[in-house]
Design a protein around this ligand. Structure first.
Ligand code: PEP
Ligand code: MN
Length: 349
Protein backbone atom coordinates (compact mmCIF):
# COMPACT_ATOMS: atom_id res chain seq x y z
CA UNK A 1 0.00 0.00 0.00
CA UNK A 2 1.20 3.53 -0.70
CA UNK A 3 -0.13 6.79 0.66
CA UNK A 4 0.05 9.84 -1.56
CA UNK A 5 0.47 13.08 0.37
CA UNK A 6 -1.20 16.29 -0.74
CA UNK A 7 0.92 18.87 -2.56
CA UNK A 8 2.25 21.12 0.15
CA UNK A 9 1.68 18.65 3.01
CA UNK A 10 3.83 19.69 5.97
CA UNK A 11 6.72 17.81 7.63
CA UNK A 12 4.61 17.67 10.80
CA UNK A 13 1.73 15.96 8.93
CA UNK A 14 4.20 13.47 7.47
CA UNK A 15 5.71 12.74 10.88
CA UNK A 16 2.28 12.16 12.45
CA UNK A 17 1.36 9.76 9.68
CA UNK A 18 4.67 7.89 9.92
CA UNK A 19 4.20 7.43 13.63
CA UNK A 20 0.69 6.05 13.14
CA UNK A 21 1.98 3.58 10.52
CA UNK A 22 4.81 2.40 12.76
CA UNK A 23 2.39 1.92 15.63
CA UNK A 24 0.46 -0.44 13.36
CA UNK A 25 3.62 -2.57 13.12
CA UNK A 26 4.54 -1.57 9.58
CA UNK A 27 7.76 -0.26 8.06
CA UNK A 28 7.64 3.16 6.42
CA UNK A 29 9.52 4.20 3.28
CA UNK A 30 9.21 7.82 2.25
CA UNK A 31 9.85 8.92 -1.32
CA UNK A 32 10.00 12.65 -1.92
CA UNK A 33 9.33 13.44 -5.57
CA UNK A 34 9.40 16.82 -7.25
CA UNK A 35 5.64 17.13 -7.01
CA UNK A 36 4.60 14.97 -4.12
CA UNK A 37 5.70 12.86 -1.23
CA UNK A 38 4.72 9.21 -1.30
CA UNK A 39 4.74 6.97 1.73
CA UNK A 40 5.19 3.24 1.22
CA UNK A 41 3.93 0.77 3.84
CA UNK A 42 5.79 -2.49 4.07
CA UNK A 43 4.62 -5.38 6.16
CA UNK A 44 1.58 -7.52 6.74
CA UNK A 45 -1.37 -5.90 4.93
CA UNK A 46 -3.78 -7.21 7.56
CA UNK A 47 -2.28 -4.79 10.11
CA UNK A 48 -3.69 -1.80 8.26
CA UNK A 49 -6.97 -3.13 6.90
CA UNK A 50 -9.73 -0.56 7.39
CA UNK A 51 -7.41 2.01 8.99
CA UNK A 52 -8.65 5.53 8.17
CA UNK A 53 -5.49 6.95 6.58
CA UNK A 54 -7.43 9.43 4.45
CA UNK A 55 -8.68 11.19 7.57
CA UNK A 56 -5.10 12.12 8.50
CA UNK A 57 -4.20 15.72 7.59
CA UNK A 58 -1.99 16.00 4.54
CA UNK A 59 -3.10 12.66 3.05
CA UNK A 60 -4.53 12.82 -0.45
CA UNK A 61 -5.18 9.19 -1.32
CA UNK A 62 -4.37 5.59 -0.59
CA UNK A 63 -3.25 3.35 -3.45
CA UNK A 64 -3.33 -0.41 -3.12
CA UNK A 65 -0.29 -1.79 -4.91
CA UNK A 66 -1.11 -5.07 -6.53
CA UNK A 67 2.45 -6.03 -7.48
CA UNK A 68 4.45 -8.02 -4.97
CA UNK A 69 7.31 -5.54 -5.39
CA UNK A 70 6.67 -2.25 -3.63
CA UNK A 71 9.80 -0.10 -3.43
CA UNK A 72 10.72 -1.06 -7.01
CA UNK A 73 7.26 -0.08 -8.22
CA UNK A 74 6.31 3.09 -10.10
CA UNK A 75 3.30 3.37 -7.79
CA UNK A 76 5.62 4.07 -4.91
CA UNK A 77 8.09 6.21 -6.83
CA UNK A 78 6.46 7.80 -9.90
CA UNK A 79 9.57 9.71 -11.02
CA UNK A 80 12.39 7.81 -12.71
CA UNK A 81 15.29 7.11 -10.37
CA UNK A 82 18.44 8.94 -11.28
CA UNK A 83 21.66 7.40 -10.03
CA UNK A 84 24.71 9.57 -9.69
CA UNK A 85 27.96 7.62 -9.98
CA UNK A 86 30.43 10.28 -8.99
CA UNK A 87 29.18 12.71 -11.62
CA UNK A 88 27.99 10.17 -14.22
CA UNK A 89 24.18 10.06 -14.29
CA UNK A 90 22.34 6.83 -14.92
CA UNK A 91 18.63 7.05 -15.72
CA UNK A 92 16.40 10.01 -16.27
CA UNK A 93 16.81 10.49 -20.00
CA UNK A 94 20.52 10.45 -20.73
CA UNK A 95 22.20 7.44 -22.31
CA UNK A 96 25.18 5.88 -20.55
CA UNK A 97 27.61 3.40 -22.12
CA UNK A 98 29.56 0.83 -20.11
CA UNK A 99 32.21 -0.98 -22.12
CA UNK A 100 35.27 -3.12 -21.62
CA UNK A 101 36.47 -6.68 -21.65
CA UNK A 102 34.50 -9.58 -20.27
CA UNK A 103 37.46 -10.41 -18.00
CA UNK A 104 40.39 -8.35 -16.85
CA UNK A 105 43.24 -10.43 -18.27
CA UNK A 106 46.37 -8.33 -17.86
CA UNK A 107 47.48 -4.70 -17.59
CA UNK A 108 48.09 -4.11 -21.31
CA UNK A 109 44.78 -5.61 -22.36
CA UNK A 110 42.83 -3.61 -19.81
CA UNK A 111 44.55 -0.26 -20.32
CA UNK A 112 44.43 -0.47 -24.10
CA UNK A 113 40.70 -1.21 -23.94
CA UNK A 114 40.05 1.44 -21.30
CA UNK A 115 41.72 4.25 -23.27
CA UNK A 116 39.97 3.14 -26.46
CA UNK A 117 36.46 2.97 -25.00
CA UNK A 118 36.97 6.30 -23.28
CA UNK A 119 38.09 7.84 -26.56
CA UNK A 120 35.04 6.38 -28.30
CA UNK A 121 32.72 7.98 -25.72
CA UNK A 122 32.01 5.40 -23.00
CA UNK A 123 31.69 6.68 -19.43
CA UNK A 124 32.05 3.45 -17.48
CA UNK A 125 34.63 0.68 -17.79
CA UNK A 126 33.45 -2.88 -17.28
CA UNK A 127 35.69 -5.86 -16.56
CA UNK A 128 35.33 -8.98 -14.46
CA UNK A 129 37.94 -9.82 -11.83
CA UNK A 130 35.77 -12.58 -10.34
CA UNK A 131 34.26 -14.57 -13.18
CA UNK A 132 31.31 -16.97 -12.94
CA UNK A 133 32.36 -19.63 -15.46
CA UNK A 134 30.34 -22.67 -16.46
CA UNK A 135 33.48 -24.79 -16.25
CA UNK A 136 35.66 -24.86 -13.15
CA UNK A 137 38.63 -25.41 -15.49
CA UNK A 138 38.06 -22.15 -17.40
CA UNK A 139 39.77 -18.85 -16.53
CA UNK A 140 38.14 -17.70 -13.31
CA UNK A 141 39.46 -14.16 -13.21
CA UNK A 142 42.47 -12.42 -11.63
CA UNK A 143 40.69 -11.64 -8.34
CA UNK A 144 42.18 -8.71 -6.40
CA UNK A 145 44.93 -8.19 -8.97
CA UNK A 146 42.18 -7.57 -11.53
CA UNK A 147 40.49 -5.08 -9.21
CA UNK A 148 43.76 -3.21 -8.80
CA UNK A 149 44.16 -2.98 -12.57
CA UNK A 150 40.63 -1.60 -12.84
CA UNK A 151 41.47 1.04 -10.24
CA UNK A 152 44.58 1.97 -12.20
CA UNK A 153 42.53 2.26 -15.39
CA UNK A 154 40.08 4.53 -13.57
CA UNK A 155 42.96 6.67 -12.33
CA UNK A 156 44.40 7.01 -15.82
CA UNK A 157 41.20 7.51 -17.82
CA UNK A 158 38.65 8.96 -15.40
CA UNK A 159 36.20 6.19 -16.34
CA UNK A 160 34.04 4.78 -13.54
CA UNK A 161 34.30 1.07 -12.79
CA UNK A 162 31.62 -1.62 -12.82
CA UNK A 163 32.74 -5.09 -11.82
CA UNK A 164 31.09 -8.30 -10.67
CA UNK A 165 30.77 -9.48 -7.10
CA UNK A 166 30.03 -13.19 -6.74
CA UNK A 167 29.88 -13.77 -2.99
CA UNK A 168 29.52 -12.08 0.37
CA UNK A 169 33.06 -13.10 1.25
CA UNK A 170 34.51 -10.64 -1.30
CA UNK A 171 32.05 -7.81 -0.71
CA UNK A 172 34.41 -5.50 1.20
CA UNK A 173 37.20 -6.15 -1.26
CA UNK A 174 35.08 -5.35 -4.32
CA UNK A 175 33.67 -2.26 -2.58
CA UNK A 176 37.18 -0.92 -2.15
CA UNK A 177 37.56 -0.71 -5.93
CA UNK A 178 34.17 -0.66 -7.67
CA UNK A 179 32.00 2.37 -8.39
CA UNK A 180 29.10 0.08 -9.30
CA UNK A 181 28.79 -3.48 -8.02
CA UNK A 182 27.59 -5.88 -10.71
CA UNK A 183 25.52 -8.88 -9.69
CA UNK A 184 25.60 -11.43 -12.46
CA UNK A 185 22.72 -13.39 -13.92
CA UNK A 186 23.68 -16.50 -11.97
CA UNK A 187 23.43 -14.67 -8.66
CA UNK A 188 20.24 -12.74 -9.32
CA UNK A 189 18.41 -14.78 -6.73
CA UNK A 190 21.24 -15.19 -4.25
CA UNK A 191 19.10 -13.76 -1.49
CA UNK A 192 21.71 -13.58 1.29
CA UNK A 193 23.99 -11.66 -1.10
CA UNK A 194 21.15 -9.33 -2.12
CA UNK A 195 20.40 -8.61 1.52
CA UNK A 196 24.02 -7.59 2.10
CA UNK A 197 23.85 -5.26 -0.90
CA UNK A 198 20.97 -3.49 0.78
CA UNK A 199 23.45 -2.24 3.37
CA UNK A 200 26.08 -0.77 1.06
CA UNK A 201 26.25 2.79 -0.19
CA UNK A 202 27.28 2.08 -3.77
CA UNK A 203 24.96 1.42 -6.72
CA UNK A 204 24.20 -2.18 -7.63
CA UNK A 205 23.71 -3.33 -11.21
CA UNK A 206 21.46 -6.37 -11.08
CA UNK A 207 21.56 -8.52 -14.19
CA UNK A 208 18.48 -10.51 -15.08
CA UNK A 209 18.70 -14.21 -14.24
CA UNK A 210 19.00 -16.72 -17.05
CA UNK A 211 15.44 -17.91 -16.55
CA UNK A 212 13.99 -15.15 -14.43
CA UNK A 213 10.66 -13.54 -15.14
CA UNK A 214 10.50 -9.76 -14.97
CA UNK A 215 8.57 -10.04 -11.73
CA UNK A 216 11.23 -12.28 -10.15
CA UNK A 217 13.87 -9.81 -11.28
CA UNK A 218 12.04 -6.87 -9.72
CA UNK A 219 11.56 -8.89 -6.54
CA UNK A 220 15.32 -9.45 -6.45
CA UNK A 221 15.78 -5.67 -6.76
CA UNK A 222 13.28 -5.32 -3.91
CA UNK A 223 15.67 -7.22 -1.62
CA UNK A 224 18.35 -4.57 -2.18
CA UNK A 225 15.94 -1.64 -1.96
CA UNK A 226 14.25 -2.90 1.19
CA UNK A 227 17.65 -3.25 2.84
CA UNK A 228 18.08 0.51 2.48
CA UNK A 229 20.06 0.88 -0.76
CA UNK A 230 17.92 2.87 -3.24
CA UNK A 231 20.45 2.71 -6.09
CA UNK A 232 19.67 -0.33 -8.19
CA UNK A 233 20.25 -0.46 -11.95
CA UNK A 234 18.63 -3.32 -13.85
CA UNK A 235 20.43 -4.98 -16.75
CA UNK A 236 18.64 -7.06 -19.40
CA UNK A 237 21.21 -9.56 -20.68
CA UNK A 238 19.07 -12.11 -22.47
CA UNK A 239 17.16 -15.13 -21.25
CA UNK A 240 17.19 -18.84 -22.03
CA UNK A 241 14.71 -19.84 -24.69
CA UNK A 242 14.44 -22.74 -27.14
CA UNK A 243 16.35 -20.70 -29.72
CA UNK A 244 19.93 -21.82 -30.32
CA UNK A 245 21.00 -19.48 -33.14
CA UNK A 246 22.07 -17.01 -30.47
CA UNK A 247 23.55 -17.58 -27.01
CA UNK A 248 20.51 -16.06 -25.33
CA UNK A 249 17.37 -14.30 -26.46
CA UNK A 250 17.69 -10.61 -25.72
CA UNK A 251 14.30 -9.80 -24.28
CA UNK A 252 13.80 -6.22 -25.38
CA UNK A 253 10.17 -6.46 -24.30
CA UNK A 254 11.59 -6.16 -20.82
CA UNK A 255 12.62 -2.56 -21.47
CA UNK A 256 9.16 -1.02 -21.89
CA UNK A 257 7.70 -3.45 -19.35
CA UNK A 258 10.24 -2.47 -16.69
CA UNK A 259 9.85 1.20 -17.52
CA UNK A 260 6.12 0.93 -16.98
CA UNK A 261 6.32 -1.11 -13.79
CA UNK A 262 9.37 0.41 -12.19
CA UNK A 263 11.26 3.67 -11.73
CA UNK A 264 14.65 1.94 -11.76
CA UNK A 265 17.04 2.56 -14.66
CA UNK A 266 17.48 -0.26 -17.16
CA UNK A 267 20.59 -1.04 -19.19
CA UNK A 268 20.72 -3.45 -22.13
CA UNK A 269 23.62 -5.88 -22.57
CA UNK A 270 23.55 -6.99 -26.24
CA UNK A 271 26.85 -8.88 -25.84
CA UNK A 272 25.52 -11.60 -23.54
CA UNK A 273 22.08 -11.10 -25.09
CA UNK A 274 23.26 -12.40 -28.45
CA UNK A 275 26.63 -14.07 -27.84
CA UNK A 276 27.70 -13.05 -31.35
CA UNK A 277 29.75 -9.90 -32.04
CA UNK A 278 28.11 -9.44 -35.44
CA UNK A 279 24.68 -9.05 -33.86
CA UNK A 280 25.76 -6.62 -31.16
CA UNK A 281 25.43 -3.36 -33.17
CA UNK A 282 21.85 -4.07 -34.29
CA UNK A 283 20.73 -5.04 -30.81
CA UNK A 284 22.54 -2.06 -29.26
CA UNK A 285 20.57 0.27 -31.52
CA UNK A 286 17.40 -1.67 -30.76
CA UNK A 287 18.07 -1.42 -27.01
CA UNK A 288 18.32 2.35 -27.17
CA UNK A 289 15.31 2.63 -29.46
CA UNK A 290 13.29 0.46 -27.05
CA UNK A 291 13.90 3.01 -24.30
CA UNK A 292 16.82 1.71 -22.27
CA UNK A 293 18.96 4.06 -20.20
CA UNK A 294 22.15 2.74 -21.73
CA UNK A 295 24.23 -0.19 -22.87
CA UNK A 296 26.83 -2.58 -21.54
CA UNK A 297 29.11 -3.84 -24.30
CA UNK A 298 32.07 -6.23 -24.26
CA UNK A 299 35.15 -4.95 -26.10
CA UNK A 300 38.54 -6.64 -26.49
CA UNK A 301 41.70 -5.58 -28.36
CA UNK A 302 41.94 -9.07 -29.81
CA UNK A 303 38.68 -11.01 -29.39
CA UNK A 304 40.17 -14.16 -30.93
CA UNK A 305 42.57 -14.36 -27.99
CA UNK A 306 40.11 -13.38 -25.24
CA UNK A 307 40.10 -15.61 -22.16
CA UNK A 308 36.31 -15.33 -21.96
CA UNK A 309 33.46 -14.32 -24.27
CA UNK A 310 35.65 -13.59 -27.29
CA UNK A 311 32.91 -14.54 -29.76
CA UNK A 312 30.67 -11.74 -28.54
CA UNK A 313 33.36 -9.10 -27.98
CA UNK A 314 33.70 -6.17 -30.36
CA UNK A 315 37.12 -5.03 -31.49
CA UNK A 316 38.15 -1.52 -30.56
CA UNK A 317 37.40 -0.33 -34.11
CA UNK A 318 34.00 -2.02 -34.18
CA UNK A 319 33.14 -0.39 -30.87
CA UNK A 320 34.23 3.05 -32.07
CA UNK A 321 32.04 2.82 -35.16
CA UNK A 322 29.10 1.52 -33.12
CA UNK A 323 29.45 4.54 -30.84
CA UNK A 324 29.12 6.84 -33.84
CA UNK A 325 25.89 5.13 -34.78
CA UNK A 326 24.66 5.32 -31.20
CA UNK A 327 25.37 9.02 -31.03
CA UNK A 328 23.40 9.62 -34.22
CA UNK A 329 20.51 7.51 -32.92
CA UNK A 330 20.49 9.26 -29.55
CA UNK A 331 20.33 12.63 -31.31
CA UNK A 332 17.58 11.44 -33.65
CA UNK A 333 15.51 10.30 -30.68
CA UNK A 334 15.95 13.66 -28.97
CA UNK A 335 17.91 12.06 -26.15
CA UNK A 336 21.20 13.04 -24.60
CA UNK A 337 24.45 11.10 -24.31
CA UNK A 338 25.81 11.17 -20.78
CA UNK A 339 28.89 13.34 -20.61
CA UNK A 340 28.00 15.22 -23.81
CA UNK A 341 26.63 18.73 -23.46
CA UNK A 342 23.51 18.94 -25.61
CA UNK A 343 19.88 19.93 -25.38
CA UNK A 344 17.97 18.06 -22.69
CA UNK A 345 16.12 14.94 -23.76
CA UNK A 346 12.48 15.00 -24.73
CA UNK A 347 11.61 11.43 -23.87
CA UNK A 348 9.28 11.14 -20.93
CA UNK A 349 10.96 9.30 -18.10
C1 PEP B 1 29.46 -10.60 -17.60
O1 PEP B 1 28.95 -9.46 -17.57
O2 PEP B 1 30.58 -10.84 -18.07
C2 PEP B 1 28.64 -11.76 -17.16
C3 PEP B 1 29.20 -12.84 -16.64
O3 PEP B 1 27.35 -11.55 -17.38
P1 PEP B 1 26.03 -12.42 -16.98
O4 PEP B 1 26.02 -12.48 -15.49
O5 PEP B 1 24.93 -11.62 -17.57
O6 PEP B 1 26.18 -13.77 -17.65
MN1 MN C 1 31.10 -11.84 -20.36
Amino acid sequence: MVIVMRKGATEQELETLKKAIQELGMQVHVSKGEERTIVGLIGDKRNVEGFPFTSYPGVESVVHVTHPFKLASRDFHPDATLIDVDGVQIGGGSIVVMAGPCSVENRDQLLETAFAVKQAGAQILRGGAFKPRTSPYAFNGLGEEGLKLLAEARELTGLKIVTELMDIENLDLVLEYADIVQIGARNMQNFPLLRELGRINKPVMLKRGLSATIEEWLMAAEYVLSGGNPNVILCERGIRTFETATRNTLDLNAVPVVRRLSHLPIIVDPSHGTGVAGYVPAMSRAGIAAGSDGLMIEVHPNPAKALSDGAQSLTIQQFASLMQEIRALVAALGLRMEGVEEAAGVRSV
